[in-house]
Design a binder for this molecule. Sequence first.
Ligand SMILES: [Zn+2]
Length: 109
Amino acid sequence: MNQSVAYNLSFAYNINMAYICPICGFSKLKTPTRNPTICPACGTRFGIDDSSAKFPKRMSSAGIRRELTLAWFESGMLWWGSGRERPKDWDPKIELRNTEFYKNLQSEI
Ligand SMILES: [Zn+2]
């Protein structure tokens, strides 16, 4: 694969990933997670709930995301809302497959 194709693929990947919640895998965010935004599915407030100040000092950002995913999973994977209606086709068990948490589980099995 030539370099510019690889670059364009990774660019497209990053753009698409920016609209997927890394905590619950919700794939229809209206704004990228690097902006202050709240995931309507799990309620994560990016830049606040995933702030390293809330977690043990040495925890990596992947570790923080894992903790938040686990907490959401354990609370029953409910639609959080925040003024946005739950999409009819929303299935948290399927969206969860978009998360690092799920992908890491698959590689551990
Ligand atoms: Zn989410």
